[in-house]
Structures are given as C-alpha cells and as structure tokens.
Design a protein around this ligand. Structure first.
Ligand SMILES: Cc1cc2nc3c(=O)[nH]c(=O)nc-3n(C[C@H](O)[C@H](O)[C@H](O)COP(=O)(O)OP(=O)(O)OC[C@H]3O[C@@H](n4cnc5c(N)ncnc54)[C@H](O)[C@@H]3O)c2cc1C
Ligand code: SF4
Ligand code: SF4
Length: 423
C-alpha cells in the first residue's frame, strides 16, 4: 500500500528527497499526526497525516530533523582530531566487567555496561534504546529499559532499520531522567530536539552513540535469513547480527512446522555484512557526515585496529568521551569496576576506522554529483567536507563524482521516495 504522496510538508519532502535517516524524532513529537512505517526498501520512515493539522505538525517537527541538516558549529572542537571526528576529550579501549554483558554485546558491551552503570548510580532512571520486536525479530522497536534484563534485550548491533528517537515523547512526559542510545544520526536529531526544548533537555542528561557505517533495510534482513537457511514459512524467534563473542556470528532461531525451535547455520560477520547487508545501506547513509556520533556525550565502536583473533573472541570496545558529562560517567564506571578500560591516544579513531575516514572523504564529491543532477543535499553546517575530500587518492576522488553520477542515473535516485508497506 502506498502511504505517502508528494506533499508540500517538510517531513514528507525530506523523505521524498532521500534525506531522511529514519531517526523517528518527528513522529515522537506529533504521534497522532506523524507515524513511523517499516518500508522494506526505503527503511523505517515517517508518514504525515494528509490534513492541515498534519502539515502544521510537519512544519514544527522539521526543526528537530537532523536528516535535512545538522549544525556542527555548535560543537566544541579544539584541534585536528576534533575537526575530523567531533569533540574527543579522551578515548579508551575496554569492555564490560559483567561477563554476560561483554559476551552478548556487539563489541565489548561497553554501551550496555555504561547504560547499566548510569541506572545503578542514579544518573538516570531509564535508558532509551532499541530492541528486536518480540512478534517479528526482523524489526526493531524503541523501548525504555530500567534494569539489566531490559538493557540486555538491546545488546548486540542490529544491522537493520530502527528509529530509537521515537522514545522522545515518552522521555519528555516521564518523571525521571533518561539516557538515550542510538546511531549518530539518531543522536544528532536528539541534540536538535534538546536544543529546541529545555524541558526535554532536563529529562535527557546523557546520550550514547554507536559508530555506524550505514543501516541496511528489511530486504537485506530477508536475504540474510535466506542465507541462514530459515524456511519462509517458519516463525522467527530470534535474529542476531553480532554479539555472543566479538564480532560473533549472524544466526537465527525459529519454530519449524512442528513448532520445534531450530537454530540456523551461523555465518561470520565478515560474510553477512560484506556480502549481504552492506549493499542495501540507504542512499542517505552514503552521504552521511557523522559516522561516529559527534553530537553524543559518549560514542562507542569497534577497535578494528586491534582485530579479534577468531570469529567469537572476547569482546572489546573503543570508547570516546565527547563531553564532560560523558567523561565523568566513563571515569566513574571504571572506578566502580563496571567497565574495564585502558586510556589510548586520542587519534585512535582514524586507525580503528579507516573505512569511515574514507566514507567521510567521499561525501563532498557525492553531494556535488547530487547537486549537478538536481538533487537536494542536507544543509549541514560547519564541516570541512572539501578538505576531507582532498585527502582521498585521485581514483577515489573521481569515483566519488563520476561513480555517483552513474549511480544516480542507474538507480534514478532523483525520483521521489514513496513510502510503501505498513507494519
Ligand atoms: C547499522 C550499524 C552499523 C555499524 N557500523 C559500525 C562501524 O562502521 N564501525 C564500528 O566500529 N561499529 C559499527 N557498528 C557496531 C557498533 O558501533 C557497536 O554496536 C558498538 O561498538 C557498540 O558495541 P557495544 O558492545 O558497546 O554495544 P552493546 O552493549 O552491544 O549495545 C549496543 C547498543 O546499540 C543499540 N543498537 C543496536 N542496533 C541499533 C540500531 N540499528 N539503531 C540504533 N541503536 C542500535 C542497542 O539498542 C544497544 O543499546 C554498527 C552498528 C550498527 C547497528
Ligand atoms: S530524519 Fe528523523 S526527524 Fe527527519 S524526517 Fe526522518 S524520521 Fe523525521
Ligand atoms: S550511516 Fe549515518 S545516516 Fe546512515 S544509519 Fe549510520 S549514522 Fe545514520
């Protein structure tokens, strides 16, 4: 079923122009008039009620949307490291002291350990994050957890569409402060929402971002399930993309025709991401300017410069403090024994994530190709995108321009995105 038509409202326009990241902030602000829908191809995207009230809601929600543009001039950046990655006060390599959290975590379980510490130390009374939907683990839902069991639902990366900022409404109306966990684009919209609403800012003292090279769609998840050998008619009960060791296997559980639970074949992260999932990242991800969560208090990723020895090694996380609140939480968590971590040099991100550095470099060329072909680009402010592009080898520079024009023509990317599907 087609759910959107080209409309004049700014949220539908952002979706239509391929600029929406699917964060969910607009829907959280106006749940009766904007709702998130799982489109198998385009991702989880907002649909605005086709009424005057819907138009007014979308106009108001547009100021919360980092998909259409983020302002990096608001960030406190002091040196070349900060210019490249957003504020980096300090970095560590470490893991959750809790063995189960470390094992189930995507990297070293640092996000879950820090979230749990924020709860147990009274910094917050809840943590907003995403978790697989119980009735369909191919999809994700925004939840607020208040204990370890709740948090463990979300441990492990979900290389799939998810809209954690849908929780903003519940956070705003709740009684206690809540921490927020999401991808960099989710956190960027949350930062805009906090800047626009002092009441929300008071309820949201901490944000944690996971590093992100791009979110694949539902089509990719279904392809993964085919590769894992899950029968089409089976009832899926669990799907893990990462975790249970570092990086861990991609593996599913399902009920067969006799109602007996089966465990699928497990495939390595390198195969699942490299051969199945990454090709279905949305176009918005290819012009993303923040893969490491510049607007967060804390960011966490993989220390790939120090790779795992096997398919399911003991996990390790790369942890970045970006604000004084983030720095304090990390230092307190280490002192309390919740997090085991060793300080590293601040320039470690470039060594750990050369792919993200290259992705950042290609953005200026890709966006120029979009402009040349009449496409709209995000109105980001305060990033030296041209300087990042100049660092690319000649071949990659040419590819970012010529290759993108070819791609735009081949995929007809100028055509307005229309959201289909309703789940
Ligand atoms: C789409 C995607 C792309 C990624 N790309 C990179 C990359 O390029 N480089 C890199 O180093 N790491 C990447 N990761 C891995 C990610 O950075 C790790 O999850 C991070 O290191 C945290 O590990 P952890 O063990 O500390 O987290 P855990 O303790 O396992 O907690 C993970 C947290 O992330 C949340 N989460 C999981 N999936 C999503 C999602 N789709 N949207 C919003 N929140 C989510 C969970 O709710 C949970 O709170 C990616 C993850 C995803 C989901
Ligand atoms: S990026 Fe977020 S706020 Fe903007 S339109 Fe998409 S879901 Fe809404
Ligand atoms: S690559 Fe950027 S836009 Fe895409 S999901 Fe990750 S943070 Fe969001």
């Amino acid at each position: 079923m087609t759910l959107t038509t080209l409309s004049n409202d700014p949220i539908t326009h952002t979706v239509a122009c391929n600029l929406c990241t699917g964060c969910g902030a607009c829907a959280a602000a106006f749940p009766a008039l904007i709702r998130m829908v799982d489109d198998p191809v385009n991702g989880r995207r907002p649909v605005v009620a086709p009424t005057m009230a819907g138009l007014e809601a979308a106009k108001a929600a547009a100021s919360l949307c980092a998909g259409s543009g983020a302002d990096y001039t608001t960030l406190d950046r002091k040196d070349a490291v900060d210019q490249d990655w957003g504020p980096v006060l300090a970095t560590w390599e470490g893991w959750a002291a809790d063995k189960e959290i470390r094992h189930r975590g995507s990297s070293g379980g640092a996000v879950t350990a820090l979230s749990l510490f924020a709860l147990s130390s009274g910094v917050v009374g809840g943590v907003a994050h995403i978790a697989p939907r119980v009735n369909d683990p191919r999809l994700n839902e925004a939840v607020i957890s208040r204990d370890r069991t709740g948090l463990l639902r979300g441990a492990g990366s979900r290389y799939a569409q998810a809209s954690p900022a849908e929780a903003l409404g519940e956070i705003r109306s709740g009684e206690v402060p809540v921490a927020f966990v999401g991808k960099p684009c989710d956190v960027a919209s949350v930062a805009k929402a906090k800047a626009a609403d002092a009441g929300l800012a008071a309820k949201l003292p901490l944000t944690i971002a996971i590093f992100c090279a791009g979110a694949p769609n539902l089509v990719a998840t279904d392809r993964l399930l085919d590769r894992l050998g899950v029968p089409k008619e089976a009832t899926l009960t669990d799907l893990r993309y990462r975790g249970d060791g570092w990086p861990g296997l991609m593996q599913a559980r399902y009920l067969d025709e006799n109602g007996v639970e089966q465990v699928s074949e497990g495939i390595p992260y390198s195969e699942g991401w490299g051969r199945i999932l990454q090709s279905e990242r949305r176009w918005r991800c290819r012009i993303c300017t923040d893969h490491t969560g510049a607007f967060a208090d804390i960011s966490v990723g993989d220390p790939w410069h120090n790779p795992p020895a096997g398919k399911a090694d003991a996990g390790r996380s790369l942890i970045v403090a970006r604000t004084s609140a983030g720095l304090k939480l990390i230092e307190d968590a280490i002192a309390a024994g919740a997090l085991v971590a060793t300080r590293t040099e601040r320039d470690v991100i470039a060594r750990a994530q050369p792919n993200l550095m290259a992705a950042q470099g290609a953005v200026w060329g890709r966006r120029l190709a979009m402009r040349v072909t009449g496409m709209k680009v995000p109105a980001d402010k305060g990033l030296p995108l041209f300087r990042y592009w100049l660092r690319l080898p000649l071949r990659e520079k040419a590819q970012s321009l010529g290759g993108t024009i070819k791609r735009i023509v081949r995929a007809k990317l100028w055509r307005p995105v229309t959201v289909r599907g309703l789940i």
